[in-house]
Design a protein around this ligand. Structure first.
Ligand SMILES: C[S@@+](CC[C@H](N)C(=O)[O-])C[C@H]1O[C@@H](n2cnc3c(N)ncnc32)[C@H](O)[C@@H]1O
Length: 247
């Protein structure tokens, strides 16, 4: 069990205008067996099992509640180029991944796609050729306690051991080299998803798929998600954000 601890932002009126002088603070607590130290004072370990409002030894209020999967997921170790949540959400929506789905994924990288899908699906097997990245995905699997995630140190382009797979997700430099493996592993009617951060790579993949009569290209989507700042009269797109990626 892990807990989320949140301190609301602190506001002040200066010259008739409201300013945020301390932003929202959010902590993930994974060890509930000892006191938790914050810059606002100490939360005693007996309060860590509670849900609701608690105070530090300095009288500062925090909200405390059970951490959900997404709270833990947001703390996993990340290598560069981990897909964004909006993109993982679209993969799930378009392929209908559910509790009965059997999935193969490559490359594992830090396990961003594999771990999220394992949280939803029956079984996920992720392939990775880089041993350093394998260590990270194994740590993330442990941290998220995902028993249905299998990790293989194997080149997906050289073959997939699993058969009758519902969905295969690819996030690799040369995804077209994995098409033959994917064809043999997918069930009839299964989905092959390619996630490419670069449109030239997406185009090369789609053109390779067009040459294989066993696949039908359904769609290529650029998914733009724009976060907004909404604070009284200040209503505008958030200043810093990642809005672009290709599936
Ligand atoms: C962009 S990262 C993948 C990120 C990952 N999907 C995630 O969610 O964190 C690409 C990964 O593919 C791995 N890779 C490249 N070619 C591969 C192959 N043929 N088979 C398996 N893994 C491969 C790389 O070592 C790298 O870790």
């Amino acid at each position: 069990m892990a807990k989320i601890l949140i301190k609301k932002p602190k506001k002040a009126i200066v010259g008739g205008r409201e300013f945020t002088i301390a932003k929202t603070k959010k902590y993930l607590i994974t060890d509930l067996t000892k006191d938790f130290h914050t810059e606002y004072g100490v939360i005693s370990k007996k309060d860590l099992s509670k849900t609701g409002i608690i105070k530090t030894n300095k009288g500062k209020e925090f909200a405390i509640f059970d951490a959900s999967f997404i709270d833990l997921y947001q703390k996993i170790k990340r290598l560069a180029q981990m897909p964004l949540l909006k993109d993982i959400g679209l993969i799930i929506a378009l392929t209908g991944i559910n509790k009965n789905s059997r999935i193969v994924d490559a490359g594992a990288g830090s396990g961003g796609i594999a771990c999220f899908l394992a949280h939803i699906a029956k079984e996920v097997t992720t392939y990775e050729i880089n041993e350093e990245n394998l260590k990270i995905v194994k740590q993330n699997k442990e941290f998220l306690k995902l028993k249905n995630l299998k990790i293989k140190n194997k080149d997906i382009c050289k073959g997939i051991d699993e058969k009758d797979v519902d969905v295969i997700t690819l996030d690799l430099p040369n995804p077209w080299n994995a098409i033959n493996s994917a064809q043999k592993a997918l069930k009839i009617g299964g989905f092959l998803v390619n996630y490419s951060p670069c449109i030239t790579s997406a185009a090369e993949f789609v053109n390779a798929i067009a040459k294989n009569e066993n696949f039908i290209h359904l769609k290529t989507i650029e998914l733009i998600g724009r976060e907004w700042k909404i604070e009284k009269a200040a209503v505008r797109p958030a200043s810093k954000q990642t809005i672009h990626s290709y599936i």
